[in-house]
Design a protein around this ligand. Structure first.
Ligand code: SF4
Length: 234
């Protein structure tokens, strides 16, 4: 596995990755076909790099780019309803300069937080195959190593399991048996970081009320609290 000196260096290589034939075909097909509402826009149609403050001690981990969101705009969680939820909450908690994210040049900046994904290309039906997930893990493990977070907010079970796998690959001792994913569940890893679980900001969860704004705000408020704790380097 290539070891990079910085997240910026990693991202320069990542955006040229074509390792997964099915995902390469899908991301490019979506970028050609486009959704009617975005037909005048140039889609990104490539792997979506991580976004945020490379020195941030909070890492936010989702699943994969959305076909007409990040795969269109080229920035994580930008240009779709999931991003509306995430950036509003990050702004409320003081990690984002503005509550909205519409396109890559909208002026949004993160402070103290970086967003990564276990899979960097938009998958059909938001479901990468196990082999695609494993193919992308070399990028993700490197992102986790370079981000060196004190707290990881895991959006959804997929992100949680992949964060645990990345930490295991980096030589951390994980709690046994594995703690079950649930909203608000905290998993301190010996030597850091602390994992903080949240339901994913997908429309499936936000439209149905499974995840409310108050529930999401509570997760990022807790992340703030943990970052201020000396155990987490605060
Ligand atoms: Fe490369 Fe990851 Fe995209 Fe596969 S999902 S093509 S490994 S960036």
């Amino acid at each position: 596995m290539t070891r990079y000196g910085s997240l910026a260096e990693l991202n320069r290589d990542l955006v040229g990755c074509r390792r997964c034939p099915r995902l390469v075909a899908w991301r490019e097909e979506v970028a050609r076909q486009k959704r009617a509402a975005f037909r005048d826009q140039e889609y990104w149609g490539r792997p979506v790099p991580g976004f945020g403050d490379p020195a941030g001690r909070l890492l936010v981990v989702g699943l994969a780019p959305a076909a007409h969101g990040a795969n269109r705009t080229g920035r994580m969680f930008t240009g779709d309803r999931s991003g509306d939820w995430l950036y509003r909450a990050l702004h409320t908690a003081g990690f984002a300069s503005q509550p909205t994210a519409s396109h890559a040049d909208d002026g949004l900046e993160l402070s103290g937080a970086y967003i990564a994904a276990p899979v960097h290309c938009a998958p059909p039906a938001n479901r990468p195959t196990p082999s695609e997930r494993d193919a992308c893990s070399h990028w993700f493990v490197e992102e986790v190593r370079l981000a060196a977070p004190a707290v990881i907010v895991c959006l959804g079970q997929f992100g949680y399991v992949q964060a645990l796998r990345a930490l295991a690959a980096l030589g951390r001792d994980l709690p046994r048996p594995r703690v079950r994913f649930g909203h608000g569940v905290e998993v301190p890893i010996p030597g850091g970081p602390t994992l903080l679980c949240s339901y994913h900001v997908s429309q499936q969860n936000t439209f149905t009320g499974k995840l409310t704004e108050a529930m999401l705000d509570a997760v990022f408020a807790r992340a703030r609290e943990l970052l201020g704790n000396p155990r987490n380097g605060g």
